[in-house]
Design a protein around this ligand. Structure first.
Ligand code: URA
Length: 222
C-alpha cells in the first residue's frame, strides 16, 4: 500500500464487504486527493498521522504513536503497535518491552537509542494489546513506508512476527525466520523476537543476542 488514497479506498472496500457487497464500481472514491498525498518530511508526515482517522483504532487511542529517533538513522526497529504506556505517552517502546529494547540497542549494538529510529506497523494502540487486523495494518502502512523512504535505513530489524509479516508479505512464522537476512527496497531486513516475547521467555534472549551480533557485524563493514 503506497499512499493514503489507496489506504482510504481499501478502507471503503472493507466497509462495503462488511455490508455484504461482493462487487462495486471503483468510482466510490470521492475525497479531495490533494489532502492524501504523503509529505516529504518526517515532521509533516507526523502532523498528518496525528490527525488520522482512517481506521477503527483512532476511536480508542489516547495518542498517535508516530515513531521517534534520528531522521538519518542507519538502523530502524519496527514493532507491532503501541501498548498502554506508549498510548498514554505518545512514544514508541517506552514501557517494559521498551526498557528491554533500549538495553538491546545500547548494550549489544553499543549505540545510544537516540541514534536509531523506532516505529511500529500501526500507530495507534489496538485495544487490549490484540494483534492489529489486516485492515488496520494495511491502512496504516503508508505512514511506515514513507518513514522508511525518508529515513533510508540500511538495516531494519523487525520485532516479532507481525512486523516481519507486513514488511515482507511473508507469512512464515518468526521462530523459523528469525536471524535470516532479507535484501529488499535498498535495505537489509533482519527479523528477531519481540521484546515482550523475551519478557515472557527470557531463555530466548540468547537467540536475539545472536541476531543482533549479525547486525553489529554488518555495521562494522560500513
Ligand atoms: N510493543 C510494540 O510492538 N510497540 C511498542 O511501541 C510498544 C510495545
Amino acid at each position: 500500500m503506497k499512499n493514503l488514497k489507496n489506504a482510504l479506498l481499501l478502507k471503503q472496500l472493507y466497509q462495503l464487504k462488511q455490508l455484504g457487497y461482493r462487487y462495486t464500481s471503483a468510482s466510490i472514491f470521492k475525497e479531495d486527493e490533494t489532502n492524501l498525498a504523503l509529505p516529504n518530511s518526517l515532521e509533516k508526515l507526523k502532523e498528518q498521522a496525528l490527525k488520522c482517522h482512517l481506521c477503527e483504532l483512532s476511536k480508542s487511542r489516547t495518542h498517535v504513536v508516530f515513531g521517534e529517533g534520528s531522521p538519518n538513522a542507519a538502523i530502524m526497529f519496527v514493532g507491532e503497535g503501541p501498548g498502554a504506556t506508549e498510548d498514554s505517552m505518545g512514544r514508541p517502546f517506552v514501557g517494559r518491552s521498551g526498557e528491554l529494547l533500549t538495553k538491546m540497542i545500547e548494550n549489544v549494538l553499543l549505540i545510544p537509542r537516540s541514534e536509531v529510529y523506532i516505529a511500529n506497523i500501526v500507530k495507534c494502540r489496538p485495544p487490549n494489546n490484540r494483534v492489529p487486523t489486516p485492515t488496520e495494518a494495511h491502512t496504516c502502512q503508508p505512514f511506515l513506508n514513507r518513514q522508511i523512504e525518508l529515513v533510508k535505513p540500511k538495516i531494519i530489524i523487525t520485532l516479532g512476527g507481525t512486523a516481519y509479516h507486513y514488511l515482507t508479505g511473508d507469512e512464515t512464522g518468526i521462530t523459523k525466520v528469525r536471524g535470516t537476512l532479507h535484501q529488499q527496497h535498498g535495505y537489509t531486513l533482519i527479523p528477531t523476537y519481540h521484546p515482550s516475547f523475551l519478557l515472557r521467555n527470557p531463555s530466548a534472549k540468547k537467540e536475539v543476542f545472536e541476531d543482533l551480533k549479525k547486525v553489529k557485524a554488518l555495521m562494522e563493514q560500513w
